[in-house]
Design a protein around this ligand. Structure first.
Ligand SMILES: CC(=O)N[C@H]1[C@@H](OP(=O)(O)OP(=O)(O)OC[C@H]2O[C@@H](n3ccc(=O)[nH]c3=O)[C@H](O)[C@@H]2O)O[C@H](CO)[C@@H](O)[C@@H]1O[C@H](C)C(=O)N[C@@H](C)C(=O)N[C@H](CCC(=O)O)C(=O)O
Ligand SMILES: Nc1ncnc2c1ncn2[C@@H]1O[C@H](COP(=O)(O)OP(=O)(O)OP(=O)(O)O)[C@@H](O)[C@H]1O
Ligand SMILES: N[C@H](CCC[C@H](N)C(=O)O)C(=O)O
Ligand SMILES: [Mg+2]
Length: 503
């Protein structure tokens, strides 16, 4: 008989679940409310999971977790010999677990009874487009009267009912808990962003993906991964598991390469780039753009038809086709998808247009990589009759190499550029700007206004009615991180307020 540990008079209630450790050769079952990785979030009846992280050793916080009412603790063991050893602090079991950090996803899979098998799970990875595609997928399912959830940078939850989250891809515990929540709320599908950090750190290792989708790979996060090949290898992990459908963007060099390795993958392209393969396909014919969005003749292995959609930019055509590919793979009806496509809405902070008569149009976008910034500026150039402005910055404590490259892009593809702050974090804002200026051919031609509000105000006051001002980098974010503190700040709110005041 396994030992069921729920000590300290903790009463099992309806929200209580059982964590079985048999699969890890520990003959114990723990009855607890939930599994929590952060001592600051522990409540009575929780099991605190103390891992040794990148910056801190979570085992330092066991005492805090106990004070907050933890009724069990799983603690990273330093050696295999300690695995399964149990200490008690005031009768609370402290169980040593070797390889705990790598086992989080599987432990939570066991605890929540494999929630990813109880709905259709789509994992989206790549440098740009993850948030947009996951939101489009959930939007599309909702338009077809279904219920779908998302997980990602903008938040987690059922479509249009998001709760903010700290990471794009949450911890191995949090991801499973969120999928379980969505299953309970009746979601038939969840579209989740899978970041390269999430893949390397095993945050999704025990999930059962129905679809794995690749968008593109360009420079980002080299502070963490070191070089592009290591970054690509991290993304590739999503496709190496036992996933049912692989969906690859063959307009991207890596997507094309991976399509050789997985000839049965579904390929999609907006440029008719398909390579010989045995799998299904989607591509766009007669793709055209106007201020109302894009339209094309969508040719696929499921049929052909007119795809029309209000999202701006070629990359959004690619994102919509990617979303369509995933839904077709899961059996959604082709004609039904095309019929409701014109009703898909812009994603919060992604190419979002704010316009008032007599004023330059402002577009808030989350472009924070050289490639995204170039694509966003190119997309807007087509619609711009006057001058194109670019207000942008680069994050602190993140890939420094992308700073001069983003500056080069802004110089090349806009008429007027304003460099401003974007989450300097613990770096001096002036250092970030110096790194950016190093990429410019004419550094004197650029305005530097650190305060984002003032930068937007200045551009608005200098621009003409037929100009477009791209405000890039923060998108949906409603904060500016200075030092370790988050201050409330939103480009969207700032622009709405400034436009209102000019009426
Ligand atoms: C460098 C990195 O990736 N860190 C991630 C990692 O944290 P870690 O395990 O190394 O944590 P740590 O800070 O060393 O702390 C160790 C342990 O002590 C615990 N702790 C800490 C303090 C305390 O008072 N009590 C306590 O219990 C922590 O909860 C943690 O479990 O695992 C955590 C849980 O999964 C993540 O939240 C955390 O993301 C940090 C916040 C982060 O900034 N990550 C970025 C780089 C990131 O992951 N970004 C990607 C992609 C972004 C994108 O392109 O969209 C993402 O998916 O978000
Ligand atoms: N398919 C795409 N190709 C290139 N750029 C894109 C694409 N889709 C969106 N973008 C650009 O990248 C920005 C970020 O898009 P999105 O938030 O969808 O990406 P993400 O992959 O979720 O990014 P993050 O890694 O920060 O979560 C957009 O605001 C837009 O400028
Ligand atoms: N989630 C990504 C994008 C952040 C975008 C930008 N606002 C910044 O802070 O650099 C990251 O953490 O690298
Ligand atoms: Mg995202």
């Amino acid at each position: 008989m396994p030992r069921v540990l729920n000590t300290k008079g903790f009463e099992m209630n309806s929200s209580c679940r059982v964590l079985s450790l048999h699969a890890w050769n520990i003959d114990i079952e723990l009855a607890v409310n939930t599994l929590i990785i952060d001592s600051r979030k522990v409540q009575t009846g929780d099991c605190f999971v103390a891992i040794n992280g990148h910056a801190l050793d979570g085992r330092r916080f066991i005492t805090n977790a106990l004070k907050s009412g933890a009724t069990a603790v799983l603690k990273e063991a330093d050696s295999q010999a300690e695995h399964g050893h149990i200490d008690y602090i005031d009768s609370t079991p402290i169980i040593s677990f070797f390889g705990l950090n790598q086992a989080l996803s599987a432990l939570a899979d066991n605890f929540y009874q494999s929630p990813s098998q109880q709905l259709k799970l789509i994992g989206v990875t790549g440098t740009n487009g993850k948030s947009t595609i996951t939101q489009i997928i959930a939007n599309w399912v909702t338009l077809l009267a279904g219920k779908a959830g998302v997980m990602g940078t903008i938040g987690n939850g059922l479509f249009a009912q998001l709760t903010q989250a700290e990471n794009t891809t949450g911890s191995g515990l949090d991801v499973q808990a969120e999928i379980a929540r969505q299953v309970q709320q009746g979601a038939e599908l969840c579209a989740m962003e899978v970041s390269s950090h999430g893949l390397i750190q095993g945050r999704v290792s025990a999930l059962d993906f129905d679809v794995a989708l690749f968008t593109n790979l360009t420079r980002d996060h080299l502070d963490y991964h070191g070089d592009m090949e290591t970054y690509a290898d991290a993304k590739k992990i999503l496709f190496q598991g036992a996933v049912k459908h692989r969906v690859l963007n063959v307009d991207d060099a890596y997507g094309k390469m991976w399509a050789q390795q997985w000839p049965d993958a579904i390929q999609f392209s907006v440029q008719q780039n398909l390579s010989t393969h045995t799998g299904a396909y989607l591509y766009c014919d007669d793709l055209s753009f106007d201020t109302g969005g894009f339209s094309c003749e969508l040719k696929t292995s499921w049929g052909e038809g007119k795809l029309q959609c209000g999202l701006i930019g070629e990359f959004n055509a690619s994102n919509v086709v990617a979303a369509c590919a995933s839904l077709l793979a899961l059996g959604y009806d082709f004609d039904a998808l095309l019929q409701v496509a014109p009703k898909l809405t812009a994603v919060c902070g992604r190419m979002e247009l704010f316009k008032q008569a007599g004023q330059a149009a402002c577009v808030v976008d989350y472009a924070h990589t050289p490639d995204a910034l170039e694509k966003a500026l190119q997309a807007l150039r087509v619609h711009c009759e006057g001058k194109l402005w670019c207000i942008y910055g680069c994050g602190g404590d993140r890939d420094t190499g992308k700073r001069p490259l983003m500056a080069q892009v802004a110089e090349q593809f806009s008429d007027f550029a304003v460099i401003t702050d974007d989450n300097p974090r613990t770096e001096p804002a002036s250092t970030i700007v110096t790194d950016m200026l190093a990429g410019l051919a004419k550094p004197d031609a650029v305005q530097v206004i650190h305060d984002r509000r003032q930068a937007i105000h200045w551009a608005m006051s200098q621009s003409a009615a037929d100009d477009i001002i791209l405000v890039a980098g923060k998108g949906h974010e409603d904060y500016q991180i200075i030092g370790v503190h988050k201050h409330h700040y939103s480009d969207r709110e700032t622009i709405i307020e400034m436009l209102d005041n000019q009426q």
